[in-house]
Design a protein around this ligand. Structure first.
Ligand SMILES: [Zn+2]
Length: 238
């Protein structure tokens, strides 16, 4: 796999494909420029097979979740793709990662959930960034599986400090009670909670607790990658 991320041409191509649909431009691998996979997936089969798989056991407490789908480690090139999506406006990567995440969930035989919900950003950060990368991922994952998406169900009721600079206990305190559901859920639906990266799991656990308190029957976690506590998700060039 080429140890570089995305030629300018490939990036522009992916953006163009997102904007215009695939009829005008076939999928192209963002890592090596070879043809992408049907779907469309902007990654070739070889590069997809080489993505760094995460071990099955999660490095955080997953008791609150019915199941966890976290396919990759936050290492190259997954980290570069996520950072490009999160910090550099490469929203085309959301389609790639969201679609792949949905397909990973299909490897598990368990019935799909009833609803897909992204981890929200606080309104201030959303204004700053212009979009919520978790919502972008959730949109494409839900579309791939033909599941309903509710991007406004969960809200952050208060701003939280940047988690990457905090230790585990500080992280838990930082996000405890930070989330609330905008409405009460009826019929105890099973919800898939979507985020880009998980480190200690404090944020997603707090979000899941809010969903359960709001009437969800169960919550499963879909997250692209897990980062080690040493490899915190800092803003960095991809
Ligand atoms: Zn490739």
């Amino acid at each position: 796999m080429a140890r570089r991320l995305v030629t300018l041409g490939a990036t522009l191509g992916a953006t163009l494909r997102s904007a215009l649909g695939t009829a005008l431009a076939p999928p192209c691998c963002v890592l090596c420029d070879r043809p992408g996979l049907p779907g469309p997936i902007d990654l070739c089969g070889d590069c997809l097979a080489e993505l760094p798989r995460a071990p099955a056991d999660a490095p955080f407490d997953t008791e609150i979740f019915e199941r966890v789908c976290c396919p990759w480690r936050f290492e190259f090139p997954v980290d570069a793709l996520v950072r490009a999506l999160k910090f550099h406006g490469e929203r085309a990567h959301a389609r790639l990662l969201g679609t792949l995440l949905a397909r990973e969930r299909l490897r598990c035989a368990a019935p799909l959930p009833d609803l897909v919900v992204p981890v929200p950003l606080h309104a201030l950060r959303l204004r700053e960034r212009g979009y919520n990368q978790a919502a972008e991922l959730a949109r494409f994952a839900a579309r791939e599986l033909s599941l309903p998406l509710d991007r406004s169900l969960l809200a952050r009721q208060r701003a939280t400090r940047e988690q990457s600079h905090l230790h585990l206990l500080e992280r838990r305190r930082n996000v405890s009670g930070a989330f609330v559901t905008a409405r009460v859920l009826h019929g105890a639906p099973r919800v898939a909670l979507v985020d880009d990266v998980v480190t200690t799991g404090s944020t997603v656990a707090a979000a899941a607790a809010a969903l359960l308190a709001g009437g969800a029957g169960a919550v499963e976690l879909w997250v692209v990658a897990r980062a080690s506590r040493r490899g915190r998700v800092r803003r960095a060039e991809p």
